[in-house]
Design a protein. Structure first.
Length: 193
């Protein structure tokens, strides 16, 4: 089964797919996958030269009191509590191992093995490289931007939004925050959270 495009409900079955040239099928699949990565067309460019889709008007999830709102979501979902507690502790202490704990807990919640998570993450890196440029994010951006965006994607994934790959984007942002903390400490702007 193959969905024709992300805006359509028309599904081609295997017999219909047999008559479509392979090159066209691959082109359509790539177009659908890229369409998953939303783009407002507006960019925030940081002093380092790194660029991101603009975040104004989307809320500041990094400012939410995570240790207070944990119980608002789903008090029974242990992974959700672990993820939000871990991110909250990271914001208070700067300890990147807490973000790693959040990633592990999300893999459990998402039912991803570590290798599945890495494959999904690599797709997000590829899409980002095509949208911006390869390793654009490594030029440096404030850590709070990764946390803000990561939490927003996590909440959208929890809500069931399917307009883009929120699961991959959540992990990508946490990995970006870890990398930045370890390799570009001058972009650590989370002290005092």
């Amino acid at each position: 089964m193959f969905k024709v495009n992300s805006m359509s409900n028309y599904i081609l079955d295997d017999k219909e797919l047999a008559f479509i040239p392979i090159a066209f099928k691959e082109m359509v699949k790539e177009e659908i996958r890229m369409a998953e990565l939303k783009d407002s067309g507006e960019r925030k460019v940081f002093e380092s030269g790194a660029a991101r889709d603009i975040s104004e008007g989307k809320g500041r999830c990094d400012l939410l009191p995570l240790d207070t709102i944990i119980y608002i979501l789903d008090p029974g979902a242990m992974e959700t509590r672990t993820i939000l507690t871990s991110i909250s502790e990271f914001l208070k202490t700067g300890a990147v191992e807490r973000l790693r704990e959040a990633i592990y807990a999300f893999c459990d919640q998402r039912d991803w093995s570590p290798t599945t998570m890495l494959i999904e993450l690599s797709i997000h890196y590829e899409d980002g490289a095509n949208k911006y440029e390869p390793n654009n994010w490594k030029k440096g951006m404030p850590v709070h931007c990764f946390i803000d965006s990561g939490l927003r994607h996590y909440f959208k994934w929890l809500r069931g939004d399917r307009d883009e790959p929120h699961d991959r984007a959540f992990v990508w942002n946490l990995v970006g925050a870890i990398w930045t903390m370890e390799n570009k400490p001058e972009f650590n702007d989370i002290s005092g959270y």
